[in-house]
Design a binder for this molecule. Structure first.
Ligand SMILES: *Cc1c(COP(=O)(O)O)cnc(C)c1O
Length: 347
């Protein structure tokens, strides 16, 4: 039997047609479709405007530069996250100030941040991990500029307002495994025209009045053509993710696992469906693989393990226990039944 991949983009004829039309038009680099895509995403999130870039990492990099974060500055990032966040802090020659996540969850812990605040901290990268909105209100109250990271949470909401509309800046990734995709790609969003002007200026290098180091972080119209179709389908994608999550919640309630956290007033979009097991995570993953279900640890390795310093109790706990099972709009009813059967058997 064919195994069920852990994640998979949901792409169809409409994307194919849109991209094909763009290729044949000859306007394949950054052009007017990128502008249209920026406008559409800004409207969807409810912010003034947006700048499309080549990846989520590029979006984070330019956001830090727009906030003028540099040498001798520090940036708070979560421990339980991907190394992209660590990279971008290093790109601008700042230092990471790593903070723990909340107990039993995966988002930044406001109390832990509070204990780490100093004058050198110039930004907080607030990731809405796996689709569940983080404690935005508490974290904004520290008065440090917040960059919301929606790479896994496009379309999630906090008290009825879309995430991405709270921070000084927010960033999205359109990588293949994210909520919606353009293959590779990203975007910076903000209500501040000043900040976005800096981002726009740094995104490309040609025909500028002055010289400074700039980048080639452009998105192409081919990507935007795909993104516009994906954005239209996003509400339907999210509905499907929630339906699958409900099915998993219901089917696994008697299983010996901790089900995903849900919080009042936060619209989870289930970019990942994660349960926690008591012990034996890697052998559970192996056994699921043997049964044709590609499950994964949602974070390959927490940042403190790479840096070999610090102790982050909740992050370590998540690393030892979190199991991510397939969830995406194109997962069939038969696939999700197979996932549940395999999980029940293995546990
Ligand atoms: C994927 C991801 C990124 C990086 O995005 P790329 O487009 O791969 O550079 C940043 N932050 C989070 C939370 C992500 O999941």
């Amino acid at each position: 039997m064919k195994s069920i991949p852990h994640s998979r983009p949901t792409i169809g004829e409409a994307e194919l047609e849109s991209v094909a039309g763009t290729i044949l038009s000859g306007n394949i680099a950054q052009g007017s479709l990128v502008d249209t895509f920026e406008r559409a995403v800004a409207d969807f999130i409810g912010v003034r405007s947006a700048v499309a870039v080549s990846s989520g990492s590029a979006a984070l990099h330019l956001s830090l530069l727009a906030l003028k974060v540099g040498k001798d500055d520090q940036v708070i990032i979560p421990d339980y996250t991907c190394t992209a966040l660590l990279n971008v802090v290093r790109y601008v020659e700042a230092s990471p100030r790593i903070a723990d996540i909340i107990p039993g969850g995966y988002n930044l812990d406001p109390l832990d941040i509070k204990g780490r605040l100093t004058r050198d901290i110039k930004a907080i990268v607030l990731v809405h991990s796996f689709g569940l909105p983080a404690d935005i209100k508490e974290i904004k109250s520290f008065g440090v500029p917040v960059i919301e990271d929606l790479a896994q949470a496009m379309g999630a909401d906090y008290r009825g307002k879309p995430v991405g509309s709270f921070g000084e800046l927010s960033i999205v990734s359109f990588y293949a495994t994210k909520v919606m995709t353009t293959g590779e790609g990203g975007m910076v969003l903000s209500n501040s025209s000043d900040l976005l002007e800096r981002v726009r200026d740094l995104r490309d290098y040609d025909e500028k009045k002055d010289y400074k180091v700039r980048y080639n972080y452009k998105m192409t119209d081919m990507q935007a053509a795909m993104g516009l179709v994906q954005l239209k389908r996003l509400p339907e994608f999210i509905e499907k993710r929630r339906e699958i999550a409900d099915y998993y919640n219901e089917s696994l309630k008697e299983a010996p696992v901790c089900l995903p956290m849900s919080l009042e007033g936060r619209g989870h979009i289930y970019h990942r469906y994660i349960v926690e097991v008591e012990r034996g995570l890697s052998s559970i993953i192996d056994s699921l693989k043997k049964r044709g279900v590609d499950a994964k640890m949602p974070i390959y390795k927490p940042l403190h393990r790479y840096l070999k310093k610090g102790s982050f109790k909740n992050s370590l706990n998540a690393w030892n226990r979190a199991l991510s099972v397939p969830i995406y709009p194109s997962l069939t009813d038969e696939d999700r039944e197979r996932v549940v059967e395999a999980v029940k058997e293995v546990l």
